[in-house]
Design a protein around this ligand. Structure first.
Ligand code: GDP
Length: 364
């Protein structure tokens, strides 16, 4: 067989395989969860489409760090524009749609409540409408959040616990959550939600408290003198590991449409997470004082390594979250693999390696 013919044959076979691959569209692919999920889906043989906002230069650092940047088909998409969402869904007809695009930072939602609502609520509505009108057979996963429980009405929280949101972010997510169940009931759309409790990792954004702590402690180990400034140290979270949680997303979307809590059912205060990280960084942390005057000393160097700063208090905060994940455990066999000790250790190790120049974090 001549060489040109052989090349054409190989090209045709590759295209045939590509066209028969299952496909997944991930909105918010450049975020922590989007990146881990894309990696999992690629390893399962999916063709992955990732949406990036038209208006901004995409931040592809996380995808580069995970070594998958070149394996994704990027689609420019502004999720708040219905026609843009409509034609994207109509053209791609993905088997799976993961809606992870969101303004996810609670503090910012107090400053930009309208933007937060447009992205988180209207964006979800646009996707559901596009699925409804085009009639595509896509299954959809909606990223719901434990923040919807807000000032919690019972402990621990499960799928039946009423929502009591305490920020524009939480309100927008609760509204989007109700939309998903409404479109499921009203139009039979195969849409599910995962109510994910806080989930962290080495590639978490540095504005979230866990990564703020791990990264800034690594800076202190590298000679920084200014103590880390934190807000509410008494806040209690149920922190899990993001790579464990994206596995739950895949199980949820492939199950019959429903809602599932994804969590660890273990609680830790911000103060205790700080201590865990500081010990992992080789320090001897001790907190003294109360309220705004509370400080943490490193008993090895006698330096103050953390102070409370009012600037980081929220107009209204969520003080306690603890998720009961027994439904997903019973029905889908999911449970978390990594506990808070392991998470703190991994995050501190990564940030120490980054600052020592041993790892390229691509600016994450
Ligand atoms: P959230 O649960 O989605 O708001 O995740 P965050 O990581 O942003 O915040 C978790 C908790 O840590 C909240 O109760 C915050 O009020 C509290 N917290 C205390 N100090 C800080 C801080 O300096 N930054 C952030 N982001 N949160 C802080």
């Amino acid at each position: 067989m001549d060489m040109a013919l052989l090349k054409r044959l190989i090209y045709c076979i590759i295209n045939l395989i590509k066209n028969n691959m299952k496909s997944a569209l991930i909105t918010g692919i450049t975020g922590q969860d989007g990146a881990y999920l894309a990696k999992d889906l690629i390893s399962k043989g999916y063709k992955v489409y990732g949406t990036v906002r038209r208006s901004s230069t995409p931040k592809l650092g996380r995808l580069s760090l995970l070594g998958i940047q070149t394996k994704i088909d990027f689609i420019p998409l502004e999720i708040t524009e219905f026609s843009n969402v409509f034609y994207t869904i109509k053209d791609i007809k993905p088997d799976l749609i993961f809606n992870l695009a969101a303004q996810t930072f609670v503090e910012v939602s107090f400053k930009h409540p309208i933007l937060t609502t447009e992205i988180n609520y209207i964006g979800t509505l646009n996707l559901l409408e596009a699925i409804k009108i085009t009639g595509v057979k896509s299954k959809m996963y909606q990223a719901s959040t434990s923040e919807m429980y807000g000032e919690v009405l019972s402990k621990p929280q499960n799928e039946k616990t009423p929502f009591n949101p305490r920020s524009p972010y939480a309100v927008s997510k609760a509204a989007a959550h109700y939309l998903v169940s409404n479109y499921r009931e009203a139009y039979g759309i195969e849409a599910s939600t995962g109510i994910l409790f806080n989930h962290e990792s080495e590639i978490r954004g540095r504005e979230f408290v866990t990564r703020k702590i791990s990264y800034q402690l690594a800076e202190i180990i590298n000679g920084r003198d200014i103590p880390i400034q934190l807000g509410n140290l008494n806040s209690v979270r149920d922190w899990g590991y993001a790579p464990d949680f994206v596995k739950a997303m895949y199980l949820i979307i492939n199950h019959k449409p429903d809602d599932f809590v994804v969590s660890t059912n273990k609680t830790t205060t911000v103060r205790d997470f700080f201590k865990l990280c500081a010990v992992n960084a080789g320090l001897k942390p001790e907190f003294v004082g109360d309220g705004i005057n509370e400080k943490c000393y490193d008993r090895i160097s006698s330096k103050i390594i953390c102070e409370v700063n009012k600037k980081y208090y929220r107009p209204s905060d969520v003080d306690y979250l603890q998720g009961d994940y027994s439904k997903i455990n019973k029905e889908l066999g999911w449970s978390p693999d990594n506990d808070i000790q392991v998470i703190a250790e991994k995050m501190v190790r990564f940030d120490l390696d980054v600052l020592a120049g041993k790892v390229n974090n691509f600016g994450i």
